[in-house]
Ligand binder design. Structure first.
Ligand SMILES: *[C@@H]1O[C@H](CO)[C@@H](O)[C@H](O)[C@H]1NC(C)=O
Ligand SMILES: *[C@@H]1O[C@H](CO)[C@@H](O)[C@H](O)[C@H]1NC(C)=O
Ligand SMILES: *[C@@H]1O[C@H](CO)[C@@H](O)[C@H](O)[C@H]1NC(C)=O
Ligand SMILES: *[C@@H]1O[C@H](CO)[C@@H](O)[C@H](O)[C@H]1NC(C)=O
Ligand SMILES: *[C@@H]1O[C@H](CO)[C@@H](O)[C@H](O)[C@H]1NC(C)=O
Ligand SMILES: *[C@@H]1O[C@H](CO)[C@@H](O)[C@H](O)[C@H]1NC(C)=O
Ligand SMILES: *[C@@H]1O[C@H](CO)[C@@H](O)[C@H](O)[C@H]1NC(C)=O
Ligand SMILES: *[C@@H]1O[C@H](CO)[C@@H](O)[C@H](O)[C@H]1NC(C)=O
Ligand SMILES: CC(=O)N[C@H]1CO[C@H](CO)[C@@H](O)[C@@H]1O
Length: 456
């Protein structure tokens, strides 16, 4: 990744003068510091849409829809929480398919008491199994929303609010302000509500369409930096052609230090493990990790496993080191130039992502439902694995210079820290080449035989 860029910038500096190089480098920095920009999903966002369905005596009824347009970032249990601030003295008379977490002070109301009187309500989804008369379409999933690439039909969540003490025409209604989205922890920043073209609804038989009386949208974008100050995932590497296992960089997600931070991690074989987990509390997003050199909740291991004549094979394993988290519907995004020739993938689902419109080098992988889509908390069951078979493109394929390793990996949308490129497992050097290549060809022969047998 880095080297073509630097050789390019060097030749640019030869052609042009120094200030241009500085500008060029500066512009690169400004790109990388644009926090919410995600190079593998440049248009990803969560859009919250308010459709006013009817005006009432003192306000309106709105259907609020949270659409997840992010390719691979989903919202997992315990789900989203949507907050906003009313512009005036609005109240929520009633809610369907969702509820305000706190009613607030409704003491000024006599008789009919609103669902929520807070100036800054927080709305959450209802749970699965909610009675039908309290449901609306796409509600009641406990706030869980799929990513768009994984399941577009379930990449949304809706609820309905009946708002009182509000404007009753599209001229007098005031848009709520200061939207916040917890999904479930921090990470999202929401812009202001903007009035957009009213949504059109088409009936199931496609014979009639209706439209909202008024619609406004709010767009929220994700930044890993806001979510978690330290990384949450790292990558380790190994290969059949070199015994070295390149571990995750030390202290990637924190450092093991018994003196300044006692209890920052737990030993997997500690007899006090269960009590340590119980004592650490359940309602916290702070991971409680097993003690490792990297201290990351998640490690992705990429092993270059076999070399056939026309194919090569990789084993990918994901290990959960976090005692406080089961990852449901986890996903992995991997960038490697050979994904345009992916031939077979075992026990994971696959979809290609084309972030730049043309280059087919990015894949989204996720678990098979009821088989390995649930990555269990740290412990003997806390891992999932798969193998990938790539067809070789002889003009490009090489085991040299770390080509066989991934360029970038994301777990649940968060970047996984790679080892430094100079630590990658090397190809055996030239002096030992003849023996090794003999061994290699024998291995390759055996492997292709095995391959023939297993695929015939
Ligand atoms: C949000 O994402 C959708 C889908 O990718 C895109 O069409 C829309 O322009 C995005 N909105 C903003 C404000 O970026
Ligand atoms: C508003 O959001 C909806 C999805 O919720 C989207 O289809 C529509 O394009 C958005 N409108 C604008 C102007 O961004
Ligand atoms: C408000 O409603 C009137 C018709 O009643 C319409 O002409 C106008 O475009 C609407 N304005 C907005 C902002 O929707
Ligand atoms: C809403 O946001 C604005 C600007 O970010 C801030 O000045 C204001 O205090 C916020 N209001 C509330 C009630 O949170
Ligand atoms: C921290 O304590 C664990 C045992 O609880 C021990 O294995 C580890 O070596 C200690 N680390 C340091 C840096 O002292
Ligand atoms: C993870 O799931 C298992 C099995 O469903 C459950 O026993 C365990 O308590 C869960 N752990 C957490 C941290 O939610
Ligand atoms: C990318 O390449 C893979 C493997 O050949 C193929 O299955 C997939 O459809 C390709 N994606 C696109 C969008 O062309
Ligand atoms: C294996 O790779 C490491 C770098 O990670 C290198 O130091 C070592 O020399 C390589 N081993 C062989 C046999 O080439
Ligand atoms: C050997 C092989 O199938 N190579 C293909 C790899 O993918 C590229 C791009 O899709 C094709 O051009 C090659 O033919």
């Amino acid at each position: 990744m880095g080297s073509p860029f630097f050789s390019e910038s060097r030749s640019i500096s030869k052609l042009f003068n120094f200030p241009i190089l500085i500008l060029f480098v500066l512009s690169c920095f400004s790109f990388s510091s644009t926090e919410a920009y995600d190079p593998l999903d440049p248009n990803g966002n969560i859009t919250i849409k308010w459709d006013i369905m009817s005006w009432t005596a003192d306000g309106y009824v709105a259907t609020v829809t949270i659409n997840n347009f992010q390719q691979y970032r989903h919202i997992q249990a315990p789900g989203w929480q949507l907050g906003f601030v009313w512009a005036k003295k609005e109240v929520i008379w009633s809610a369907m398919g969702g509820q305000a977490t706190d009613q607030g002070d409704c003491s000024r109301f006599k008789g009919n008491v609103p669902h929520c009187c807070k100036k800054d309500p927080t709305i959450v989804d209802l749970l699965p199994g909610t009675p039908y008369n309290q449901q609306v379409a796409n509600c009641c999933k406990g706030g869980v929303i799929n990513s768009f690439a994984q399941d577009p039909a379930n990449a949304l969540s809706s609820f309905q609010l009946s708002v009182g003490q509000a404007g009753t025409t599209n001229k007098t209604v005031r848009l709520p302000k200061n939207f916040t989205l917890q999904a479930p922890g921090p990470g999202y920043t929401c812009g202001p509500a903007k009035i957009v073209k009213p949504t059109k609804f088409v009936t199931a038989d496609l014979r009639r369409s209706t439209q909202a009386l008024m619609t406004w949208n709010v767009t929220c974008t994700y930044s890993q930096f806001l979510s978690q100050k330290t990384p949450t995932c790292c990558v380790s590497l190994s290969s059949f052609y070199n015994d070295t296992i390149v571990p995750c960089p030390t202290c990637t997600c924190g450092c093991m230090n018994n003196i300044t931070r006692p209890g920052s991690c737990v030993e997997g074989n500690s007899p006090y493990l269960a009590s340590a987990i119980a004592a650490s509390g359940k309602n916290s997003y702070t991971p409680l990790v097993q003690c490792t050199n990297h201290m990351c909740p998640i490690r992705v291991h990429w092993h270059v496993k076999l070399n056939y004549k026309a194919y090569w094979r990789v084993k990918v394993s994901i290990t959960n080191f976090n005692y406080r988290m089961n990852y449901s519907q986890w996903n992995l995004v991997v960038q490697h130039p050979n994904f345009d020739n992916l031939t077979q993938i075992f026990s994971f689902n696959y979809k290609s992502l084309i972030p730049y419109g043309t280059i087919n080098d990015t894949a989204m992988l996720w678990g098979v439902k009821f088989y390995n889509d649930f990555l269990m908390q740290a412990g003997p069951l806390g891992n999932v694995q798969s193998e990938l078979l790539f067809q070789k493109e002889s003009s490009i394929f090489t085991f040299d210079k770390g080509w066989a390793f991934p360029r970038r990996i994301y777990f649940n949308g968060d970047n996984c820290v790679m080892p430094p490129p100079d630590a990658y497992p090397w190809l055996p050097n030239a002096s030992s080449q003849p023996i090794i290549s003999l061994l290699c060809s024998i291995t390759a022969l055996l492997a292709s035989l095995a391959f023939l047998f297993s695929y015939a």
